[in-house]
Design a protein around this ligand. Structure first.
Ligand SMILES: [Zn+2]
Ligand SMILES: [Zn+2]
Length: 918
């Protein structure tokens, strides 16, 4: 631990400002968190924001030296600080940035000397623990910032060994793609080895910029030296500037010698007030330190945001504020706050920060009222939303899922005002993740619906109300119990029942006729409703007269839905007769299809277990689809499976199938399931019954999953399991698609007959097809080589015949001829042959390639000296065929458009040569 004087945060802030005032700086007030005249920024996020226009040369101020402490907010962008608050001790939504600036006034020498003086002489930080970094261009264009490196040696008492060079990533600052930029120098403090939080990481090198808590960056001195142009070029600026930034909370942390920022006197009074309100012991506080930290951090941010005029809203800055209040409120509730309490927190923020930031004290009543109103609004929706989310997670765990579907996350937001961030938080605490892409999709879809609704009147919500009314009616009439429609998919695939309700076009009706689309409600149903990845059943509902043999009517069921909890509708079409509400009916699930689904579902469980056995316990189900024709299983694993691994997985699943293990579903208490190895996700208040599916004998079961789906009773009924593909579906998530039973059989049959046919075509045996194909490919390759060789031989012979047409033009051998070749490469090769054969001369070849004239000309070097230039020659010739080209004196090529004049063009060559040699 460093020996430091203990200073209050107020004193540290004042020291900084006094120090730079003493060096001729104007102390400017912090600008608002809401950037003035800068639509590109959500919030002020750096000290230099308010000086941006000076650096861009768009504005002048009366002063050339300034210093301040700027309140900043960082919540969005690639680094989402909102997520880090709490678990990390070093990230805050609201923070202060100390800075000093020179606008064309002092430069590197003073900036370095003063920073050193403040840290060591004023604040007494030990010199031997300080490091400075200096820019060295890793791209090599700019070299080392020798100027800065020199001043560190001459202007400070730093250990010369503690001046380190770093490249563009760490030590070059740019405002944007163009504009002011320059190297920087950072001051780091070594807090001692005991602060390293990465010593367990073998890759970790404990050093400056090594990304651990031992070396903390205190201060960044930016030397604005260049102006970057659109082209990327850097111009030296006529007036150079200084822009420095020092994270205030961090420097307070260091000077007060505490481990985390939350232990400084900036946060401690807030945390202590919360503790006092809750009546927690110190142990209880430590136990819930994450919640305390979130409350302290967000309490500061909300106070300042409202102080700067931001109000809770559903978008932009207002949404961030709403989120902060709701998130803090929820954490508060978790650790025991029953009533709105955040106004109390804001009061402490005002006590701690108010002396410097008067605006929050001046607007005290407004800030407190706004916070409490929003908190109350949230309390009302929180209970409903949390209960719904818990329910959802119970359902998901029952089907082995750990991802909250985007649809559901969105519905929570849409219906209960439950922000995605809170859903994400709660999900994470229970070991769930949220399908955020799906959330965004649902959000977009809703926006599209909202636009449509604006045109065509309200939809959706009213549609769902009809289902509520139908369900309420059935409950009132005791057709269904409190639980709603009974599910007997577990026990039967055929069931005698009655038509409880018929819905058509969003309205309950009494009668439906052939050809009409319907939704049928039955008090009890053997149909499975899509859940846990297993798709809905299909089948028939048949109406019989008392004692009748032949059905009176028939409804084909294509799908089932649960539009509201407790109600199941069978979606389909009346295919025969007239259906009436109250009719006796038999519900018949398509049993073959259901069996296919059951085989795939049980195979999914076995696959899950084998993947964990073969790849490791890190494998967790991340989603699944159990359909009649195939299964899809997503799981956590970081790399592609090798063919060996896939083979091993496929083999062990098939082994488990052949072992003919029993598959049993049992209803048990959640507690028992957990004790038997299920993932612990919820507290005891969910003493609900769960359904667990077991594969294997009770003494050696190898798969035990909470699951609501349907399964075959013995694994051998799965038949064959075959993997179709393995792929990636996102970072760290792999997907296996496979077939079982009838689909696997069909696939094997198809593949075998393809193989048989291929063997017949090849005149060989199925077992030899692969070797036969390989040898055919070899043969094809050597034939291709042979063809190429022959083509060249033919071209050479043709060319030799052409040599008879070489003319003597004033003592120079000239050949101009049309050739029949497929590409320009061959033409160029022919000019080589010409040179080899004749030693000296001029050759122009023309050919029709893709029905266009192409020309190649070559002149031997001895003739270039006599004024013949292949490039110019080809230009003259190409003009005739309406084209152009060019090249070196010895070799040139051209293309044209008029093929009909190719021979005319070639006829020009001799005359052109004769003319040049005159
Ligand atoms: Zn370290
Ligand atoms: Zn399952």
């Amino acid at each position: 631990m460093l020996e430091t004087k203990t200073l209050t945060s107020a004193r540290i802030r004042q020291d900084f400002l006094d120090f730079f005032a003493g060096k001729g700086h104007t102390i400017v007030p912090s600008s608002s968190l809401v950037p003035v005249d800068d639509p590109t920024l959500l919030f002020t996020n750096a000290g230099m924001n308010q000086f941006k226009n000076i650096f861009l040369g768009l504005e002048r101020r009366e002063y050339t030296r300034a210093a301040d402490t700027q309140k900043c907010m960082r919540v969005a962008g690639k680094h989402n600080d909102l997520e880090d608050v709490g678990p990390s001790a070093y990230h805050h939504t609201l923070f202060e940035m100390l800075g000093n600036w020179s606008f064309g006034d002092y430069y590197k020498k003073e900036a370095i000397a003063w920073a050193w003086e403040l840290l060591t002489a004023v604040w007494g930080l030990p010199k031997e623990h300080l490091y400075a970094t200096v820019f060295e261009d890793d791209k090599g264009d700019l070299g080392v910032d020798e100027e800065a490196a020199g001043y560190w040696q001459t202007e400070t008492g730093i250990d010369p060994e503690h001046v380190l060079l770093f490249g563009r990533k760490d030590n070059f600052w740019e405002m944007g793609d163009t504009g002011p930029c320059g190297p920087c120098s950072e001051i780091h403090l070594d807090r001692g080895p005991e602060y390293c939080d990465k010593c367990d990481d073998l890759e970790h090198v404990c050093r400056v910029n090594g990304d651990c808590q031992r070396f903390v960056e205190l201060w960044n001195l930016v030397f604005i030296q260049y102006d970057r142009h659109q082209s990327g070029e850097l111009d030296e600026l006529p007036a150079k500037h200084i822009d420095t930034g020092m994270g205030f909370e961090r420097v307070v942390n260091v000077l007060q010698g505490v481990k985390t920022n939350y232990e400084t006197d900036l946060f401690m009074p807030i945390i202590e007030r919360a503790q006092e309100l809750l009546g927690h012991s110190d142990e209880q506080r430590e136990e819930h330190i994450v919640a305390y930290s979130v409350i302290a951090d967000h309490g500061r941010a909300m106070t300042f945001l409202i102080g700067d005029g931001v109000l809770p809203a559903n978008e932009g800055r207002g949404y961030v504020l709403r989120l902060l209040i709701r998130r803090a409120a929820r954490y508060g509730r978790k650790i025991g706050f029953q009533e709105p309490f955040l106004a109390e927190i804001a009061q402490v923020v005002m006590e701690v920060m108010g002396p410097h930031f008067r605006e929050i004290v001046d607007r005290r009543p407004f800030i407190l009222k706004t916070i409490t109103a929003e908190e109350e609004r949230f309390q009302q929706t929180l209970s409903t939303g949390l209960a719904r989310l818990d329910e959802l997670m119970v359902e998901l765990i029952a089907s082995g899922e750990t991802t909250i579907p985007g649809e559901d996350a969105f519905r929570l937001y849409d219906t209960f005002g439950f922000p995605l961030d809170i859903t994400r938080d709660v999900a994470r605490e229970h070991g769930f993740s949220v399908d955020e892409a799906g959330y965004q999709e649902a959000l977009k879809a809703q926006q599209a619906r909202a636009r449509a609704a604006a045109q065509f009147g309200p939809i959706e919500a009213e549609d769902l109300q009809i289902y509520f009314h139908v369900l309420e009616d059935l409950r009132r009439q005791d057709v269904v119990g409190e639980e709603g429609v009974g599910l007997v998919y577990d026990e039967a695939v055929q069931f005698d029942t009655t038509v409880a309700a018929i819905i058509q076009g969003g309205k309950p009706v009494d009668v439906a006729r052939p050809g009409e689309a319907v939704e049928i409600v039955l008090p009890l149903t053997p149909f499975y409703v899509e859940a846990g990845g297993q798709v809905s059943d299909a089948g028939l509902i048949l109406g019989y007269a008392d004692g009748g043999e032949e059905p009176l009517w028939e409804v084909r069921v294509d799908d089932t839905h649960r539009p509201v909890p407790g109600l199941v509708v069978h979606v389909g079409e009346v295919t025969d007769g007239t259906v009436r509400r109250g009719d006796g009916a038999v519900a018949v699930v398509d049993h073959e299809r259901r069996l296919d689904i059951m085989r795939n579902h049980t195979a999914t469980h076995i696959l899950h277990s084998e993947l964990r056995y073969i790849l490791g316990e890190h494998v967790h189900q991340a989603g699944s689809l159990v359909a009649p024709d195939h299964l899809r299983f997503d799981f956590t694993h970081s790399s592609m499976l090798t063919q060996d691994e896939l083979d091993a997985v496929e083999q062990s699943v098939n082994d488990a199938i052949l072992a003919n293990y029993p598959v049993d579903a049992e209803h048990t208490s959640y507690r028992e399931a957990v004790d038997a190895g299920a993932m612990a996700l919820f507290g005891e208040k969910y003493g609900d019954q769960v359904r667990a599916v077991k594969v294997g004998y009770s003494d050696e079961e190898f798969s035990y999953e909470l699951c609501g789906g349907t399964h075959i009773p013995w694994t051998s009924e799965i038949g064959l399991f075959h993997i179709l593909s393995e792929s990636s579906v996102g970072a760290g998530i792999r997907r296996i698609e496979a077939v079982t039973g009838r689909a696997a059989q069909r696939l094997v049959q198809e593949r075998l007959s393809q193989l048989e046919r291929a063997a017949t075509f090849l005149g060989s045996q199925p077992g030899e097809v692969d070797r036969r194909v390989l040898s055919l490919l070899d043969e094809v390759q050597s034939l291709r080589k042979e063809v190429a060789r022959l083509q060249q031989a033919v071209a050479k012979r043709d060319f030799e015949l052409l040599l008879d047409r070489v003319q003597d033009v004033r003592g120079v051998q000239v050949l101009a001829a049309q050739v029949d070749v497929a590409d320009e490469g061959t033409m160029r090769e022919m000019t080589d042959w010409f040179r080899d054969k004749l030693g000296s001369g001029v050759i122009v070849l023309g050919a029709a390639i893709d029905r266009r004239p192409r020309l190649v000309a070559a002149v031997t070097p001895d003739l270039v000296k006599r004024g013949l230039h292949a490039g110019r020659l080809i230009q003259a010739v190409a003009q005739v065929v309406d084209g152009g080209g060019g090249g070196r004196p010895t070799m040139a090529q051209a293309g044209g458009r008029d093929l009909s004049r190719l021979s005319e063009a070639l006829a020009l060559v001799s005359a052109w040569v004769a003319e040049k040699l005159k």
